[in-house]
Design a protein. Structure first.
Length: 375
């Protein structure tokens, strides 16, 4: 089991490595000014040659220690944009906001609608829509780790803006309210009912539906953000969508299987991709058919082109879609989501603390301060 000290040390090491590599990388993205920008983020944009009105938009959120362009390039999003004609927007965190360049997904002032970092990302998205004639029905968001958790925050706070999202090694919306709680949630999210997780999304905006589709990707060997976070994400979004039954089993052309919850008309609403042997990072495939992306920190060549599969699922790329077959067996699938009761089992103002108590919070805060990651 990875200790807190090992996690902090790894983040610090990756921050230095990313800084060195960023200084020598050629740029494919353009820096654009955005107003308003309450979260103080940098806006990077890639518009492929020949892209006209009505193109889709993908918002790509990097993980801790990464830069926007390095992650978008490494995960293959820029190459896919060139191939299939969609626009890529990369909000980038500033070290003044977070010394480790993590999006502040655990702070209410950065995740509540019309506030902080999510408000900046929403403003960037709307600016790209206006400037480039983006199809407002085909706007998607994806992110890794802290970027994945911020993806969950955007889907919750701005469900009217995004048609779908893909959360890679991330956490559910409302999993933490402070940095120390965030570190605890990465180790083990709070045990909450499906409806309580769902209520956190429903209470984040005045939206009543339809809700964005959600694709959850997580490695079963992830010791940085434990796979239990993926289970909580699935519980949260199946409840939001009112999905009460067991999932179907879907199979990709190369034989990989995953769970999918479908709408009555057969549309994918929630997907759960659990990748065997994958540690913390985005799964990519760098050789062979359908390869896309480049290996790097938290960009792991495991023979799965996750970005391509995500784009296929959103309908913004061409290829062979997964086939849906029989219902998944109980042995292969987390507990099916339950019905979504509309009564509130917890007060909206209730603050959840890590179940381990104040001791673990103090230990985490001291470790982060010692590493220079928390003031």
């Amino acid at each position: 089991m990875t200790s807190l000290g090992q996690t902090v040390a790894a983040l610090t090491r990756r921050r230095r490595e990313s800084a060195r590599s960023a200084s020598t990388r050629n740029t494919r993205m353009t820096s654009v000014e955005v107003v308003p920008n309450p979260g103080g983020l940098k806006m990077l944009l890639h518009v492929p040659n020949g892209t006209g009105p009505g193109a889709p938009l993908v918002v790509v959120l990097h993980g801790c220690t990464q830069t926007g362009e390095a992650y978008a390039e490494g995960a293959g999003w820029l190459s896919l944009a060139d191939q299939f004609g969609f626009v890529v927007l990369c909000p980038e965190q500033a070290t003044g906001n977070n010394p480790n360049r993590c999006f502040n997904w655990f702070q209410a002032e950065d995740t509540a609608r019309d506030r902080g970092e999510v408000a900046s990302i929403a403003a960037m998205t709307r600016q790209v829509i206006a400037d480039h004639g983006i199809d407002p029905a085909r706007i998607f968001v994806t992110g890794l780790s802290a970027g994945g958790a911020m993806t969950a925050a955007l889907l919750a706070s701005y469900p009217d803006l995004f048609a779908g999202g893909a959360i890679i090694a991330g956490l559910p919306f409302g999993a933490a309210n402070t940095l120390s709680e965030a570190m605890g949630a990465m180790m083990q999210p709070q045990a909450r009912s499906h409806s309580v997780w769902g209520d956190k999304v429903r209470q984040a905006s005045a939206h009543t539906g339809p809700w964005p589709s959600v694709s959850v990707w997580h490695g079963d060997a992830d010791m940085t953000v434990r796979p239990a976070s993926a289970d909580a994400l699935v519980q949260q979004w199946t409840d939001v969508h009112g999905l009460t039954g067991a999932p179907q089993r879907a199979r990709t052309p190369d034989g990989r299987v995953f769970d999918v919850w479908l709408s009555p008309t057969g549309q994918s609403l929630v997907e759960n991709h659990r990748i065997p042997g994958l540690p913390h990072g985005t799964p990519i495939k760098t050789a062979g058919e359908d390869s896309v992306g480049t290996s790097g920190p938290f960009l792991i060549d495991i023979g799965i082109s996750s970005s391509l599969e995500i784009a296929l699922g959103w309908g913004i790329a061409d290829g062979v879609a997964p086939s849906v077959s029989e219902p998944a067996s109980r042995e292969q699938t987390p507990e099916p989501p339950r019905a979504s009761p509309r009564h509130r089992s917890e007060s909206p103002s209730t603050r959840h603390r890590p179940s381990s108590g104040d001791g673990i919070t103090s230990v985490i805060e001291n470790a982060l301060k010692a590493a220079g990651l928390m003031r």
